[in-house]
Design a protein around this ligand. Sequence first.
Ligand code: FES
Length: 144
Amino acid sequence: MGLCVGCQGTEPLESGFLDTDTGPPEPTTSCSLVTPGTEAEGWFRVVLADHPELDTIYNGVQISLGGTTVNLAKVTEDCWVAMGVRCTHEGGPVTYRPARNQFVCSRHGAIFGPDGVPVAGPTGVPMPLFEVGFDGTDLWVKVD
Ligand code: FES
């Protein structure tokens, strides 16, 4: 059983998490950026100048957009993903793990790829993803 690296304290994880990871896996996600819409259509601008960490590959933040908290991470050189923060298993907190380029739930150890698909743990249900666009300067996320 591994320990949750980066979590508060030393929460044990029940499955799939290895402390010995040496770096992120090769990106397997094909970028799915879309043309952003308008704020009236539910799109929120994320100003990259305000979040310089999002301009670096394998970096991520949790950000509130219109009251919805989203995991936003740069998962390849030119692609970001926006994922929900509540696990599809039992609603535990899901965060981005740069060292793995994956998203991990600290409650029971579910691991999700950048495409939201579970790769380990007790759920087979993918995490919800939000549409992401890039206008050449800033990111846009559509929060439904
Ligand atoms: S609540 Fe996330 S793995 Fe159980």
